[in-house]
Design a protein around this ligand. Structure first.
Ligand SMILES: C[S@@+](CC[C@H](N)C(=O)[O-])C[C@H]1O[C@@H](n2cnc3c(N)ncnc32)[C@H](O)[C@@H]1O
Length: 237
């Protein structure tokens, strides 16, 4: 993978307690331990200025729900930028209004040194924050979550997995479902037989050329069957 600059992912959130534990375990935890990625979690409420520490207010013009205030969000965002003004960074607002996260989008994000992931809540954020600070909005799918924390974790997980050294075997990334617009081939492990179901004999023969041929054919077949749309998006090379 070329052009990997990403070193840091910063979360702006009202619920750090939702995000921080997820960063401690599995590959994300290991990525931090091995200094392959640094995560930071900033509580937006710390930048509220009134005595109630309010971060939201009712929308001008009326309507339902509360809107996150531009002044509070802006101060929280600025605190991150001012820490390392020189960094090549991208600010992403988690939003059902953005284009969907894809594997390609995740790869493109590796070119930045730092990502700031802004987690919305309530009815959303004041539009002026988007105008002033947000480079792009990103959705994880056509459904509405209560907040941007889970989407931000999804983005961090997908992107971190692409950092060289995070996944033990780099080949496993190259053969992931969706790479080159093909799904992954079926996989088997011990036991060799279970409830009458056998592992395909070609995988037991030790002929690596035959195995590679079989796997490639399986990838083509199951993509055609399960996700024919992928082949339209990524025509055969
Ligand atoms: C209840 S939603 C607000 C939805 C807003 N009223 C709208 O219609 O666009 C609260 C927050 O959750 C996050 N969110 C909800 N669904 C999302 C999705 N599919 N992808 C990314 N973020 C999402 C966003 O940060 C959003 O600001």
């Amino acid at each position: 993978m070329n052009n990997v600059s990403l070193q840091s992912i910063q979360f702006l959130t009202l619920f750090p307690e939702l995000i921080s534990p997820a960063l401690q375990v599995s590959l994300l935890g290991k990525a931090q331990e091995r200094h392959l990625m640094q995560y930071g979690v900033t509580q937006i409420r710390d930048f509220a200025t009134d005595r109630h520490r309010s971060v939201d207010a009712t929308p001008y013009g009326g309507g339902e729900g509360m809107v996150l205030r531009v002044d509070v969000l802006h101060s929280a965002w600025q605190s991150l930028v001012q820490r390392h003004p020189e960094k090549r960074r991208r600010t992403l607002l988690m939003s059902p209004q953005g284009p969907h996260l894809t594997q390609e989008k995740a790869s493109a994000l590796l070119a930045y040194e730092e990502l700031i992931l802004v987690c919305g809540h309530y009815e959303g954020v004041d539009e002026r924050f988007i105008e002033l600070c947000v480079d792009e909005e990103l959705s994880i799918g056509d459904y509405i979550l209560t907040g941007g924390e889970l989407p931000a974790l999804v983005v961090a997980d997908v992107v971190t997995r692409l950092i060289p050294g995070v996944v033990g075997n780099e080949d496993s990334i190259a053969h992931d479902s969706l790479e080159e617009g093909l799904l992954k081939y079926p996989q088997y492990t011990r036991p060799r037989e279970f409830e009458g179901l056998e592992v395909p004999p070609v995988l037991l023969g030790g002929n690596h050329q035959e195995i590679a041929k079989w796997r490639q054919a399986q990838r083509e077949q199951r993509t055609q069957l399960k996700r024919p749309d992928l082949r339209v998006k990524h025509p055969k090379k």
